[in-house]
Design a protein around this ligand. Sequence first.
Ligand SMILES: [Zn+2]
Length: 237
Amino acid sequence: MDSQLLTLIELQAFDTRLAALEAEAARLPAQIEAIHAALASAKKALDALKTKVDSTKKDLRTKEKDLEVVTAKRQKAEARLWEVKNNTEYSAVLAEIEAIKQEKGKGEEEILALMELQEKLAVDVREAEAQFKRREAQAQQDEAVVRKKLAQVEQELAVVRGERDSRARELPRPLLTDYDKILRARGGVAVVAVNSAAVCGGCRVGIRPQAIQELKAAQNLMICESCGRYLYWQEPA
Ligand SMILES: [Zn+2]
């Protein structure tokens, strides 16, 4: 086989491998970002829960202060029972005390509910914090795995690029320029096989019988008349 054709075939193998490695090198940082994003959203959920704990605490303090006010109001009203002049006033103060009692009862119920909520939230926060710590540790582990993989891919890329470039130097400059041009224009595939099906391995257009004979002889470089890729004959396995 023509030595330039052999070099082109090898170059294509390098470039196919490089494309796969480059795709992986591009994909892995996105994986790291996804790990960070998932952790950030878990952190956000934890923070939201903590914010709820704070606001419940604040609500509870407010309700307790309100209750103190109501209690003082009741004491005042009860003291006034001794100062009333007649039955009408007495009934009015009693009614007022009854209303204050109702208000106090309602306030006490609300405080109880808030205390229960506070206890429940305290448990939730402890669980959520423990879970977040586990997730954080897992994320760090996952990220380390991806980073290691990325380093391997980048190292391999450097090696394969070096091998590819030294192989490329074996070709005359115009041929290499042409190859690179086809590679870019044709989705990273510039050299394709033709087998007994007699179609271009790139664009599937039929190859004339005479061209097949020339391909088998492999004396000259041949290109597909349809897609412009370099062709080579592949014996049936
Ligand atoms: Zn073709």
